[in-house]
Design a protein around this ligand. Structure first.
Ligand code: ZN
Ligand code: ZN
Length: 284
């Protein structure tokens, strides 16, 4: 399984995830040009993508969707509520309705050799989901029509989980056991509280349908981390209410407080930035 953040943050989100022969992007909240430039860093082009998985209709997740779907005819996977919100908002311009594929939370589906598992998140959008992707290893090593399924423990998964105001057992269940996790670490609560945002916006971000703070992200990570987790990317940082180092240190502190044994373990954590690609994380 491979994952790279092309950009992550309140100003735009686009994450590449794939296997050796399946290539997906999760959200298209950047210009078509930025998406293309990001994919180029790993030797790919938007034309190589097998589809776009959309989490929800907020503009930081879809602003490039119209352009790339018109240019490359990429299939778009989204829930019924998200599709309707995209169509009615008009922010993406005209998109061929035939490109939309309706999906539902908790109904997994296959895109070549990747099993896509959408799951519900608590956010102020029509029908938002996060995604867990699992690479199915085929006997032949290639993707076939009927890949032989191997033991669950041996499958490698990645999850992209941002834009959620709270977490519960359901969320933890979907994140446990993944090898690569991109987790929201949106804001520092103190910075947000004393910052310039108007009251209603502060309440929205802090609310149950808003965004995860650094502390809450650390707490959630410490509850879902297992031996199979090899890499963590902290993402969707707020430009106004967070700093890269602050997010990193706060999450690390929360994690080590609950799991002091992790200080000796080789474990990679980095912050996904808004204006630069992360490294390409590979776990097989
Ligand atoms: Zn959102
Ligand atoms: Zn967002």
């Amino acid at each position: 399984m491979r994952l790279m953040s092309i950009a992550s943050g309140s100003s735009g989100n686009c994450i590449y995830a794939g296997s050796g022969n399946t290539h997906l992007i999760i959200d298209a909240g950047l210009s078509g040009k930025k998406i293309e430039n990001g994919l180029k860093e790993i030797g790919l082009s938007t034309a190589d993508m097998d589809g776009v998985l959309v989490t929800h209709e907020h503009s930081d997740h879809i602003q490039g969707l119209g352009v790339i779907s018109r240019r490359y005819h990429l299939p778009i996977y989204a829930t019924a509520g998200t599709i309707e919100a995209i169509m009615s908002s008009g922010t993406c311009g005209k998109i061929d309705p035939a490109l939309f594929h309706e999906i539902s939370a908790d109904r997994n589906f296959m895109l070549k050799d990747i099993e896509v598992g959408p799951f519900r998140i608590s956010h102020d959008a029509a029908e938002p989901v996060a995604y867990r992707l699992t690479e199915k290893v085929c006997e032949s090593g290639l993707s076939g029509d009927a890949p032989a399924v191997i033991d669950k423990e041996e499958r490698v998964s990645a999850a992209v989980c941002t834009d959620l105001g709270k977490y519960d057992d359901y969320i933890m269940e979907h994140l446990r056991g993944v090898s690569i996790l991109l987790l929201e670490s949106n804001h520092d609560v103190n910075m947000l509280e004393v910052g310039p945002y108007p009251y209603y916006l502060k309440q929205r971000i802090l609310g149950e349908k808003g965004h995860l703070s650094n502390e809450t992200a650390g707490e959630l990570l410490s509850k879902v981390i297992t031996d199979s987790m090899k890499a963590v990317l902290l993402g969707h940082l707020s430009h106004e209410n967070n700093f890269t180092e602050l997010a990193y240190e706060t999450v690390k502190q929360e994690l080590l407080m609950r799991h002091p044994e992790l200080s000796d373990r080789k474990f990679s954590m980095e912050v996904a930035l808004r204006d630069r690609c992360s490294q390409l994380i590979k776990v097989s």
